[in-house]
Design a binder for this molecule. Structure first.
Ligand code: FES
Length: 157
């Protein structure tokens, strides 16, 4: 089996087809941006992009992902240059424990790709099922607005 992850073809040997993508990313490929939270598809900590759409990697068997473009948090930046959504989180200091940050960022990247002019309401709806136990929501919403502004100014999506 092979997967396309962050623009590279990765061969998977000895991995059961039913293995959730998250386990392969973290355990086999050492891509630790996506986090294990609930393991049930409910918290959003494990979110990745699959063909540009936000997907919960804890409940996606690897066998369903061949021939799809998977992007993890690690695949967003370009060298030293952060993705505008990552930059927004840094600028607005939108993390406390940081466990939800991966899911928040990946969900926003997907949102701004399909809807660059997303409203505050759209942003809140998109993030509604990404859980944050620290209560950093105000900073996260500010980070989303900052990212939108960077993108509008020509930042790369
Ligand atoms: Fe995947 Fe919670 S760990 S949604």
């Amino acid at each position: 089996m092979q997967l396309n992850i962050n623009g590279k073809i990765v061969q998977l040997a000895g991995v059961s087809p039913a293995t959730p993508l998250l386990y392969v990313l973290r355990n086999d490929l050492k891509l630790n941006g996506p986090k294990y939270g609930c393991g049930l598809g409910e918290c959003g900590a494990c979110t990745v992009l699959v063909d540009g759409v936000a997907m919960r990697s804890c409940s996606a068997p690897v066998s369903t992902l061949e021939n799809k473009a998977i992007v993890t948090l690690e695949g967003l930046s370009s060298g030293e240059s952060l993705h505008p959504v990552q930059q927004g989180f840094v600028d607005e200091q939108a993390a406390q424990c940081g466990y939800c940050t991966n899911g928040m960022i990946m969900t926003l990247v997907a949102l701004f790709r399909r809807s660059p002019q997303a409203s505050e309401e759209d942003i809140k709806k998109a993030l509604a099922f990404n859980l944050c136990r620290c209560g950093t929501h105000v900073e996260i919403l500010r980070a989303a607005q900052k990212a939108k502004a960077i993108l509008a100014a020509g930042g790369e999506a």
